[in-house]
Write a protein that binds this ligand. Sequence first.
Ligand SMILES: Cc1cc2nc3c(=O)[nH]c(=O)nc-3n(C[C@H](O)[C@H](O)[C@H](O)COP(=O)(O)OP(=O)(O)OC[C@H]3O[C@@H](n4cnc5c(N)ncnc54)[C@H](O)[C@@H]3O)c2cc1C
Length: 466
Amino acid sequence: MTAPGASARRTTAAPPVYRHRTDAAVRLGSGVLLWLSLLLVTYWWVTGGGVQDLGAWATGLTSTGRLTGLIASDLLLVQVLLMARVPALEHAFGQDRLARIHRIVGFTSFDLMLAHVVLITWGYAAGQLSATPATLWELTVDYPGMLLAVGGTVALVMVVVTSVRAARRRLRYESWHLLHLYGYLGAGLALPHQLWTGQEFLASTAATVFWWTLWASAAGAVLVWRIALPLWRSTRHLLRVTSVVREDHGVVSVYLTGRHLDRLGAEAGQFFTWRFLTGPGWTRGHPYSLSAAPDGRSLRITVKELGDDSSALRHVRAGTRVLVEGPYGRLSARARTRRKVALIGAGVGITPLRALAEELRYAPGDAVLLYRFSDRPLFAQEIAVLARERGLEVIWLPGRRRAPDSWLGDGIGAADDVTALTFWVPDIADRDVYVCGPSEWAEDVGRSTSAAGLPDDRFHAESFGW
Ligand SMILES: Cc1cc2nc3c(=O)[nH]c(=O)nc-3n(C[C@H](O)[C@H](O)[C@H](O)COP(=O)(O)OP(=O)(O)OC[C@H]3O[C@@H](n4cnc5c(N)ncnc54)[C@H](O)[C@@H]3O)c2cc1C
């Protein structure tokens, strides 16, 4: 167990750590690489006569269809890479931002893929719309790899339909996640038709090398970082539950130990996806943040009972083996750029902030915690110790949300959110701000910090949604 008081040794002001510069360079570099890859496939389309073909109706349709297909394929593989848990990308963007970019890239790729199917078929049907169904059938059965591509398209349609917000709200996370894995099948099945029939794919050695490299990198990244690394880490560290402690009504802390935890590379504020080997259901992984700073010997998570799996944790026995994926997330010291910090949390969203308040280096008065809770705060004693021993300033914000667009509780009075925030933390614009809580609540906090003058790149948020 990590004793909060033990953190009293880290009381010096923070020497700024410059990992955020590396992360900014990775963000810039990956954006440049993405645009270069799009330019490159467009260049091959141009040199392959793509522009000249636009001169006539039917060839113009086919040519536009080829371009949309090339860009769709590029983006399809990029979105696989984005979610492959590549460490440099995870550090630079954080998983929730990667997921948001993945969503935009994914929908764009899908729309372009549909345009590709329609335009190519229409072009092959000599520009006659009425002949397209028959042409589509011929293309599917006569051309090598096309039947597989149709299978891949069906898989991708299913993934996209279930990812539209309205559909997602109706699905359990686990069902959505399982269906989403068909995206890999879709990406894999689309490849053979590019290889066997795609003009641009085989246009030059450079093009062939480019596509193979991109495809192999995406597949390799998934195998290495999504499958092999978590298995290796789980085997190496042999995590086990040491105890489960009730924190409050419906909230438990799970304490874990394992081998060589000092080499796990975890930081306060990060999360893992956990699988408790208690029997059936172990395959469903759930993300939980560390609620205490990792000390090299033990880990702690604190979980609110929301559904079946989180509620089952209170019955987990000491000695239970645990598989983990992670550590993930950039709600950590890695994102820090300033001496002063503000930690703003709501409900069980306090968990990573509690760990950060312990691990971050700060002088008394340089860190402030604003904690909103409905009934009773979690970790009240531990936070009091941090306030006493580390000089953490604490502002308790009890009460239910006073209005749907306010992130404050009903005991605050009439002051608007920004006025209240700048009253409590007048130099908020000069700090790094770490936020954790429900997505909409965190967005409301973001609106207040922006209005108070905080630049976007110093607002570090993690939401517990998907
Ligand atoms: C990065 C991150 C860190 C988190 N850290 C904590 C934490 O420290 N403490 C804590 O109590 N909760 C945390 N959560 C939320 C926690 O993962 C869910 O409450 C938990 O997975 C619910 O599982 P369930 O089967 O009990 O509930 P379900 O009935 O399956 O779902 C209850 C709610 O949790 C959501 N949920 C279920 N599974 C997942 C999943 N794999 N990923 C994201 N959301 C899911 C569902 O959409 C639903 O809204 C975190 C979530 C994320 C994304």
